[in-house]
Design a protein around this ligand. Structure first.
Ligand SMILES: [Mn+2]
Length: 316
């Protein structure tokens, strides 16, 4: 029998000894922040904890204290496995091969598959980190300053600085409670959303060179070549899609990132009234109404044509 009771989650956590906490591949601020926030609270409760991310911590988030404790592979056995910010088992990557299904699944994606024994899924929550910032004290665990910084980073990044349409008063109350613990909101905001590397801005320049707009959909591509000429180290979009989404005339923004292996990573952002998770689902992707993604096999030009045609159905 599966359950969705936070009380049962609390009991499971308190009776646990060896805990694995994990999150999704290509981790974002909410994945790393939620993982660290919960992982550090469990370590403080003297649990034996391993925090594992298949792809490790992205360079841009390594300023988070204790993020160096996050490993790429689990070691040994666990009596409790916790997944945070993951809609499905496939999003965790290969690290759970040979391990049982997660005991606890804490997430806010509308596409969550309730794959664990206890599933705490709140699709109204703007971030998993916000859910955890409420659950951790409810579960009689404490939030240290580094854990609070991690959680607030998850909240800030998934809401793009408290400005996504799913923002609610509770989000600001939760952020305020973390500030009262001594967490420096302005400093985290600057780190998470404002600062970027010289290479990232050059990479933006390459992408902005071939931006296009039609039927209120704006898009651009980031090729392997763009990455090479700008010396950008990641295979992501350096958040360029959010800049495209700021274009006044566009209702939907799409970005295509060549992955160097015949797959194209696609990210969508939309203004209220457009559900891009439906388009992403057509390409085996997922996400939220306002922000979704997919990995699609094929050549850049061909994938671009198919995706733009499917996306423009929403704005027609
Ligand atoms: Mn999230």
């Amino acid at each position: 029998m599966t359950s969705n009771s936070p009380k049962e989650a609390r009991e499971r956590i308190h009776s646990a000894h060896r805990i694995l906490v994990t999150s999704h591949i290509r981790p974002d601020g909410d994945a790393v922040g939620s993982l660290l926030g919960l992982g550090l609270a469990l370590l403080d409760a003297e649990k034996d904890v391993q925090m594992v991310l298949a792809d490790g911590v992205p360079r841009a988030l390594r300023y988070l204290k204790s993020s160096e404790k996050i490993r790429k592979k689990p070691n040994g056995n666990f009596d409790t496995i916790i997944s945070v910010d993951c809609s499905g088992m496939d999003r965790i990557g290969e690290i759970l091969d040979g391990y049982p299904k997660p005991d606890l699944n804490i997430d806010h994606h509308i596409t969550n598959l309730n794959f664990a024994q206890i599933n705490l899924v709140d699709i109204e929550a703007p971030s998993t980190a916000e859910m955890l910032a409420s659950y951790i004290p409810q579960w009689d665990l404490s939030i240290s300053q580094p854990a609070g910084e991690a959680l607030l980073t998850g909240m800030i990044t998934d809401t793009l600085g408290f400005r996504t349409s799913n923002m609610r008063p509770q989000t600001l109350n939760t952020a305020a409670s973390l500030m009262k613990l001594g967490v420096n909101l302005p400093a985290l905001y600057t780190k998470a959303l404002h600062e970027r590397s010289f290479e990232a801005v050059r990479y933006w320049g390459a992408g902005l060179n071939h931006i296009e707009m039609e039927c209120q959909v704006v898009w651009t591509t980031l090729s392997d070549e763009d990455r090479k000429i700008s010396n950008y180290p990641g295979k992501d979009d350096a958040d360029l899609v959010n800049l495209l989404a700021s274009i006044e005339e566009a209702h939907i923004a799409v970005i295509f990132i060549e992955q160097g292996d015949d797959t194209i990573k696609v990210s969508w952002r939309s203004k209220p009234g457009y559900d891009v998770s439906k388009v992403a689902a057509q390409f085996d992707g997922g996400g939220h109404k306002a922000a979704s993604g997919a990995s699609i096999e094929g050549a850049l030009d061909e994938v671009k044509k198919r995706v733009i045609a499917a996306t423009q159905v929403l704005t027609e």
